[in-house]
Write a protein that binds this ligand. Structure first.
Ligand code: C5P
Length: 242
């Protein structure tokens, strides 16, 4: 059994735009290329998987215009990452299409494991990677998630904001993080079915759930944040310092 990881990094990440305002000379970086201590977030994330002894290959869907320069950067500055098979390829219009493009480039057998991890979660740990691989091998599909600490409301959106419709019992809620891990045959079937039906999900597990396969949850970490807004970036700088 081998494990490959897909790290979708082809997003535009417009919510990060205001963090760029201090550097007007540079074109705005997409959120996966925003720098943390002088290094793009995506590179921090890649280092984690490149150094994991359990991961054999890495696939990174990128925007077409960013592939060549990113490859050159890795060759110049990150030879450690390139020691592992690392495939840079063109992403798609939305996250699911980016992952589908990578999945099409993966050569694997049914029982191999495919992890999918957000480019913008650089604080993933070796322990989480291990736990998700082990659960995916055991159950066929697994995500890492955190119990909800806030009270969760179901709302109806209105022109002014939202109105609460119900309170969802918090013990029934898990906040999904990545990595999400799947046996190759389980993920391939789910993606094929979603493509046939035109279904688009916000994570891979939602496609697998829809195809009728149970998805296990392993404990994530509050530090495994998704760097999405300028406030997340400040928190990430703080974690990096420590
Ligand atoms: O924008 P969102 O928060 O859904 O992005 C999650 C991840 O999916 C990011 O790592 C982003 O780069 C990636 N993505 C992608 N292709 C897209 C849109 C998002 O690879 N077209």
């Amino acid at each position: 059994m081998k494990t490959v990881v897909i790290i979708p990094a082809a997003g535009l990440g417009t919510r990060m735009a205001s963090a760029q305002a201090a550097k007007p000379s540079k074109p705005p970086a997409t959120k996966q290329f925003v720098e943390l201590r002088g290094t793009p977030v995506l590179v921090h994330t890649l280092r984690k998987f490149a150094s994991s002894p359990e991961v054999a290959e890495i696939f990174v869907p990128l925007r077409k215009s960013e592939i060549d320069s990113f490859r050159q950067r890795l060759e110049r500055e990150e030879p450690e990452i390139l020691r592992k098979k690392t495939v840079l390829l063109e992403g798609g219009e939305h996250r699911q299409q980016s992952v589908a493009n990578a999945l099409a480039a993966v050569s694997a057998s049914a029982e191999d494991i495919v992890l999918v991890h957000d480019a913008v979660r650089p604080f993933v740990t070796e322990e989480i990677i291990h736990d998700v691989i082990a659960a995916a091998a055991k159950y066929g599909a697994a995500i890492t998630g955190l119990p909800a600490v806030d009270t969760v409301k179901q709302v109806e959106r209105t022109a002014e904001g939202a109105i609460v419709k119900a309170t969802i019992p918090r013990e029934k809620i898990v906040m999904a993080q990545t990595p999400q891990g799947f046996r190759y045959d389980v993920l391939k079937k789910a993606f094929d079915e979603a493509a046939a039906d035109g279904m688009v999900g916000t994570d891979e597990a939602s496609l697998v759930e829809r195809s009728g396969h149970q998805v296990a949850v392993v404990m994530g970490s509050p530090r495994n944040i998704k760097i999405t807004t300028p406030a997340d970036l400040e928190l990430a700088e703080f974690f990096m310092k420590r």
